[in-house]
Ligand binder design. Sequence first.
Ligand code: ATP
Ligand code: MG
Length: 457
Amino acid sequence: MQETNQDHTVHVDKELLLQFLENEDIDLFREEFLQMHPYDQASFFKDLDESVRAKIYHYLSPEEMAELFENLEVEEEEYRDVFSEMNPTYAAEMLSNMYADDAVDVLNELDKDQVASYLTIMNDEAADEIKGLLHYDEYTAGSIMTTEFVAISANQTVRSAMYILRNEAPRAEVIYYVYVVDQDKKLVGVLSLRDLIVSDDDTMISDIMNDRVLSVSVGEDQEEVARRIRDYNFLALPVVDFQNHLLGIITVDDIVDVIDEEASDDYSKLAGVSDIDSLDRSPFAAARKRLPWLVILLFLGMMTASLIGRFEDTLDQVAILAVFIPLIAGMAGNSGTQALAVAVRGIATGDVEKESKSKLILREAGTGLITGTICGILVTFIVFFWQGDFYLGILVGISILSTLIVATLAGALVPLIMHRLKIDPAVASGPFITTINDIISIFIYFGMATLFMSYLI
Ligand code: ATP
Ligand code: MG
């Protein structure tokens, strides 16, 4: 997860806070610190040294720390460090004060036995809620949902529903939607706070509730949930099991994180890095992630080299041909990457699913034809005026034309095929496409040069 570094937090006086900590001035520190947004608190906290953080654990109550932690985003190892600094009772108390989904996110970064011991120390109610969420697989709806929602039954009045809402509000993560369940806890309807407020006190919930509730099942991929929230513009979606029992809700703030995560995930895969490098990782760790792909690409690159070697005779006869290899291979790579970005994005957002794939392929072929024709004509004239050789100009121009068509098509086809084969299309399609296109373009270029050799000498 990336963080913006620029200091947009003008209202945070770091120096002043550090001063208070230095002087061990609890009251002044608390007064200043607790006015800050929890996100700013978390950003300040994570840059502190261990010794200074130790003071913070004394200055802030577990409840106050819980809010900070809900907004804290650090690497796995750092979570371990921070928790080892904290007194276990304090840590457990803090976890039980967090929204269950956020607490689970944090606990997922810790060791199993550590998690178990925190769960034993904390109060049973919080522990049960967290335990209920801990066993869902990563990247599923279950793993990002929270159990702090408001549920009412259909056969009650608006008045009694408002009473329940008022009672639950301090704990619920979202109070804008109230979900209606039957005796078996099955989801049967939904109401917004607006619907409740504008209705008469004695109205029955069953009369005003919306019984066509959109929900997601717990095993659903989090990306799919994100798409649904984006498309329907709800602030939260209910999560149900296969029998339609209401298990939890997913709120839009968690979805923002998912979208960010998936985008950086796709982006790093496109670039051939298995996981986006956070800036503070060591060069060794970063190299280990990037090397596998580089080595594979090295071998693919050797194929390109040996392909050029096969055309040694052609090259010997017309040495000037070598000048245009980088141009042609480069253009193939560029147009392939453009088509790839469009296709991968379309697959990731699900838009490709809605449109027909043949339409996408036809469009890419058309795009390749248009861009290829224009680049080809341009290049023909440039080479002609530069080298004074019309046939060479034509050769390079036609190579660019056919290369662009093929490369653009490949850029769209490869991710579509990977998607069909249930391989994540973002997985290194980028470097892969570039290398494939190198091979194709060089083959086209030298193939044509060999065919029309008599015109070139
Ligand atoms: P409106 O858009 O009508 O002005 P709003 O902006 O107050 O309403 P929205 O968040 O847009 O509220 O929700 C609109 C309606 O959708 C609410 O009346 C609510 O009952 C309903 N709703 C909320 N969640 C769901 C859901 N999961 N499935 C179906 N309907 C839902
Ligand atoms: Mg609305």
